[in-house]
Write a protein that binds this ligand. Structure first.
Ligand code: GDP
Ligand code: MN
Length: 389
């Protein structure tokens, strides 16, 4: 799960990480009031779940409250298009108004999970304000990394080594070390999957501040962070993803046109592989779960069929906890209520498979039965390409 910059900054504040003063507004007048309160120059920043806002016109400096109001009027309601947004952009509904910082240096700092090493990694670089992927590709020697100890966490010596790597000295070094430690404490305590500060800045008056803040959370740990869940902004998420999460379906949209409905993550992976092997492209990853109910099947079907890129549906299930007759019940109900016209190919094995197939055959639905996974994939791909299977 992702959150907005202003939400991330308020979490940072809770953990003693220095951020510029500011607040969030959804009207130009509101932005003006915040600027008035802050006094002096401010920055007005579009709040969307995507980076690259600066270059896309989503961040503006203003000299006074009137300027802040004008900037907010321009930014609010715009569709911000950056390399990190969908091609159609994201509608800006709120802006953050923040005291402007006089920047001396822009640095980079992030924390994430290093799966290869099975622990967290803190990364720092003096090349702040630019895409870290670019830095990693062109000048990898400019990135410093410290891997944390699974039990001891981030050592003070590691925080210092990173701060030295950032070229900080004297009082700035102290501030940098404190900031790195605060960030790591936040990352651990809130089960983040990513904390990225780009840029971390040193101001002309010698302060070390998080000027931007990106926080992602591990979805599997959200159950123990209701306060984090409350920060969710569904406007920023794909509507189909939001629907899927309502019914605890694991759904990930992909670029192809063969809709896949599968139970079990391993089988879902195998299904995508075999669709590709058959010369097709899966339109999604959808795991309805081992113990899906007929209602979940129906909802899964509704989500699949509301994706216009889906040209054929391949149902591939193993009836274990989910018996095949219950699956059939869900499929029949879904196709009836949705008036589905898409070709559907079914491959099923397991408990009550004969009964399930009989129910489907007698339902009068235009289903194509498959003998096995390969046969099902071949038929679904053929339908998606517009041919008869
Ligand atoms: P992003 O483009 O979405 O990553 O948004 P950032 O918050 O990282 O801002 C982009 C850039 O805008 C930063 O790298 C800075 O160069 C500039 N910027 C943001 N806030 C300030 C500020 O308070 N003062 C100055 N001078 N520049 C700022
Ligand atoms: Mn940034």
């Amino acid at each position: 799960m992702k959150i907005h910059e202003h939400q991330a900054k308020s979490l940072l504040r809770d953990f003693g990480v220095a951020v510029p003063g500011g607040d969030v507004a959804d009207t130009p007048a509101g932005a003006r009031a915040i600027a008035q309160r802050l006094g002096g120059k401010v920055v007005v920043k579009a709040q969307v779940h995507a980076g690259g806002r600066g270059k896309a016109g989503g961040i503006k400096l203003a000299d006074d409250p009137a300027g802040a109001e004008a900037a907010a009027r321009q930014i609010l309601g715009m569709r911000l298009k950056t390399p990190q947004t969908p091609p159609e952009g994201i509608l800006v509904r709120t802006v953050m108004v923040e005291e402007a910082s006089a920047i001396d240096r822009e640095l980079y700092l992030s924390i994430t999970l290093d799966r290869g090493r099975s622990t967290h990694v803190v990364m720092a670089s003096q090349a702040g304000g630019m895409e870290i992927e670019e830095v990693a590709e062109r000048t990898p020697e400019k990135i410093f990394r410290e891997w944390t100890h699974p039990a001891l966490g981030l050592g003070d010596f590691q925080a210092r080594r990173l701060a030295f790597g950032l070229g900080l000295t004297g009082d700035r070094l102290k501030q940098g070390v404190a900031l790195i430690r605060g960030l790591f404490a936040l990352y651990l305590a809130r089960d983040c999957s990513l904390v990225e500060i780009n840029p971390l800045v040193v101001t002309k008056d010698g302060r070390v501040l998080a000027l931007d803040a990106k926080l992602n959370f591990d979805d599997n740990a959200l159950y123990r962070h209701p306060a984090v869940v409350a920060l969710r902004d569904v406007h920023e998420e794909d509507p189909l993803d939001v629907e899927a999460s309502k019914y605890s379906l694991n759904y990930i949209k992909l670029d192809g046109n063969v809709g896949c409905m599968v139970n079990g993550a391993g089988l879902a992976m195998a299904t995508m592989d075999i669709v590709k092997l058959a010369g097709g492209e899966p339109a999604n990853f959808l795991d309805v779960g081992g113990g899906a109910s007929p209602e979940q099947i129906e909802n899964a079907f509704r989500i699949l069929s509301s994706d216009p890129s889906v040209k054929a549906v391949f149902i591939n299930v193993f009836g274990g906890i989910l018996r095949v007759d219950r699956l059939a019940e869900g499929v029949i109900a879904a196709v009836r209520t949705l008036g589905l016209t898409l070709p559907v190919v079914l491959r099923a094995e397991g408990t009550n498979v004969e009964l399930g197939k009989k129910m489907l055959a007698e339902s009068g639905l235009a289903l194509t039965m498959a003998d096995d996974m390969a046969d099902g994939a071949r038929k679904a791909v053929a339908f998606a390409k517009g041919a008869r299977a």
